[in-house]
Design a binder for this molecule. Structure first.
Ligand SMILES: Nc1ncnc2c1ncn2[C@@H]1O[C@H](COP(=O)(O)OP(=O)(O)OP(=O)(O)O)[C@@H](O)[C@H]1O
Ligand SMILES: [Mg+2]
Length: 249
């Protein structure tokens, strides 16, 4: 698969009769980064689970590269990093990475080589033989992203990957992620509640709001705001207003 474009039409979902998503429409071009903003409990993780094929929406369509997909089809097509990713404590970093390849039926020295190459490429070579408990928070997040990318690197679904990190580590990890994106050009859906983070990393953003949630604001062309002399503050203000203007879900 090459990086797909992604389109949602009227995706709605309720948990046990309690509606959470109400007809979400959105679109992200192939190889671009979409930021999904929303207050806590607005349904961001739920939306990502739908994209990852882990939850079946009640209604609506999720199209990849212009084709409507079933939940089951989507399950193998993305590298998903959940909000609290867990590396398997009984496997080293290398073992956690080769796991993603094993799930794809790749084993043996070839798989090991690929995982080691990837660790070297993204500055984690020295972590290969460490156990998860020996990693810093930032390293753990990087390994979780690489593991997801080894499983399926053309579509990455990242649920608040920065939230547990301190400010400096967060910045480093953001740069690292931007580097990975520049290298591979995957389509990325990045859930965050940080407006600045979204402005720094995304091509377009949507704000989820309302109860049940829908897209209340959508803005594209974010890279133009990162060019010299551009002023991101008006959009920052607009996004914050959209976020804070929402009733607490
Ligand atoms: N498995 C579940 N069963 C029932 N309700 C759920 C389930 N998962 C989430 N919810 C509810 O659905 C709503 C949306 O939850 P979700 O986790 O998608 O929000 P979120 O935007 O990711 O929040 P946060 O920013 O805190 O991670 C919340 O009211 C939550 O309590
Ligand atoms: Mg969440």
């Amino acid at each position: 698969m090459t990086a797909p474009d992604l389109e949602l039409h009227g995706v709605a979902l309720a948990y046990g009769g309690q509606p959470v998503l109400a007809g979400v429409n959105l679109r992200v071009e192939a190889g671009q980064v979409l930021g999904v903003l929303g207050r806590s409990g607005s349904g961001k993780s739920t939306l990502l689970h739908v994209l990852a094929g882990l939850l079946e929406p009640d209604t609506g369509e999720v199209c990849l590269s212009g084709r409507a997909t079933t939940t089951r089809e989507r399950r193998g097509q993305s590298g998903f990093v959940p909000q609290r990713p867990s590396l398997l404590p009984w496997r080293t970093v290398l073992g956690n990475l080769t796991l993603a390849l094993e799930l794809r039926g790749e084993r043996g020295p070839g798989a090991r080589r690929r995982a080691l190459d990837l660790l070297a490429q993204f500055n984690l070579a020295e972590a290969a033989n460490l156990w998860p408990y020996q990693l810093s928070g930032g390293m753990g997040q990087r390994v979780a992203v690489l593991r997801a990318a080894l499983f399926a690197r053309d579509l990455l679904l990242l649920d608040e990957p920065f939230s547990a990190l301190d400010a400096l580590t967060r910045l480093e990890f953001q740069r690292w992620l931007a580097g990975l994106h520049a290298e591979w050009r995957p389509t990325v859906v990045l859930v965050t509640h940080d407006v600045r983070e979204a402005l720094a990393l995304c091509d377009r953003v949507v704000v989820l709001g309302g109860k049940p949630a829908r897209v209340v604001l959508e803005r594209g062309n974010l890279p133009t705001l990162r060019s010299p002399g551009a002023d991101p503050r008006p959009l920052e203000g607009e996004l914050l207003t959209a976020l804070l203007g929402q009733e607490r879900p």
